[in-house]
Structure formats: C-alpha cells, structure tokens
Ligand binder design. Structure first.
Ligand code: HEC
Length: 165
C-alpha cells in the first residue's frame, strides 16, 4: 500500500513537472525608444544629455524656493516643509550628476536649510522670514563662488504659484 502511494505521488510530481514544461515560454520583454540610441554608450550619453546639467537642478530649486516663501506667508507649514525637503532632494540629485558644485553649497545645505527646518517646526513666521533672508544670501554666496554672480536671487515679490493653499 505504501509503495502504491509512493508510486502515485511520484506520478503526480512528474505530471506537474511536465505541465510546467508545457507552459509557453515567458513573453520576451521588448522595449523601444528611438532617441535612446543603439549602443550602450549612446544610451548613456543620450540619457545624460536629457537630464542636463546643474541649471536643470537650479530651475527646480528656484521654483521650490519661491513656493517655500509663499507657504511661509500663508503659514502653511506643512507645505513649507514639503518644499524644503524637495529642495534638499533636488540639490542632492544635482550633486550626483555634477559633484563639482557640492563644496560651494555647504553653507546652504548644512546651515541655512537646517535652520529653516527648525523654524518651520516651530511655526514662527517672524523667525521664518529672518531665516529665509539668510537662505537667500546663501544662494547668492554659492553663485559668487561658482562664478555665476550675475544670477542674483532676491526675495520673491510676485506670486506665480498655481497651487491654492
Ligand atoms: C552650488 C551652489 C548653489 C546654490 C546653493 C544655489 N545655486 Fe543657483 N546656481 C548655481 C550654479 C552653478 C548655477 C549655474 C548652473 C549652470 O549654468 O549650469 C546656478 C543657476 C541658478 C539659476 C539660473 C537657472 C537657469 O538656468 O535658469 C537660478 C534661478 C538659481 N541658480 C537660483 C538659485 C536659488 C533661488 C538658490 C537658493 C534657494 C540657489 N540658486 C542656490 C549654484 C548654486
């Protein structure tokens, strides 16, 4: 009886194994994006070019800097913190692609932004504007260090945001 059970269970295992062999081969993954190119090097070069240099980082940073300001005006501290975090992220990603800019941003990243973080936590609007001015100065310090002093950041005057809060 035990032998019979063993035989049946072996047959069952064999049956299952054969069934799985019968399955059609997993569909071949296909992808296509003409602009990427053909060779590995072309793909790398074209992807790099699409990410662009540090100016791409700065256009994002500039938008978020302004949103941060108006969030402080509205005392929407959650939105202010959201923008602060995204500024950090944008800069960090920028440094991965363009590490030569990181050293000049030390004041901005390690002093001004952490100070803003604390102020946002304390929800103190007066202090927020004081710290925001300091942050603005560190934008310009970096621009001077990076030979783009002609890009002078001033406090936002006009509200361009599309977000209602
Ligand atoms: C690394 C230090 C550094 C810090 C910190 C920094 N910038 Fe810049 N910024 C640059 C560099 C470098 C460029 C020029 C980028 C290029 O041409 O590749 C630039 C360019 C810009 C531009 C022009 C972007 C364009 O192409 O239209 C703006 C606007 C700008 N920064 C705003 C700011 C603001 C606002 C802050 C602060 C919230 C800031 N930057 C902080 C280094 C910095």
């Amino acid at each position: 009886m035990r032998k019979l059970t063993l035989l049946f269970s072996s047959l069952f295992v064999l049956f299952v194994a054969l069934q799985s062999c019968n399955q059609p081969a997993a569909e071949q993954q296909s992808w296509e994006a003409e602009w990427l190119g053909q060779t590995q090097q072309e793909i790398i070069d074209n992807t790099e070019e699409q990410f662009q240099g540090f100016s791409r980082t700065m256009t994002e940073n500039s938008y978020r800097y302004q949103e941060l300001y108006w969030a402080g005006q509205d005392q929407n501290w959650e939105y202010a913190e959201y923008q602060r975090e995204h500024i950090v992220e944008a800069l960090e990603q920028g440094f991965v692609r363009r590490p030569e800019h990181e050293a000049s941003a030390q004041q901005f990243m390690d002093v001004a932004l952490p100070e803003i973080e604390e102020v946002i936590k304390s929800a103190d609007q007066e202090q927020f504007f004081e710290s925001f001015e300091k942050l603005t100065n560190t934008c310009n310090t970096c621009h001077q260090m990076e030979d783009v002093a002609f890009i002078t950041v001033v406090l936002p005057k006009v509200r361009h945001n599309v977000v209602y809060y």
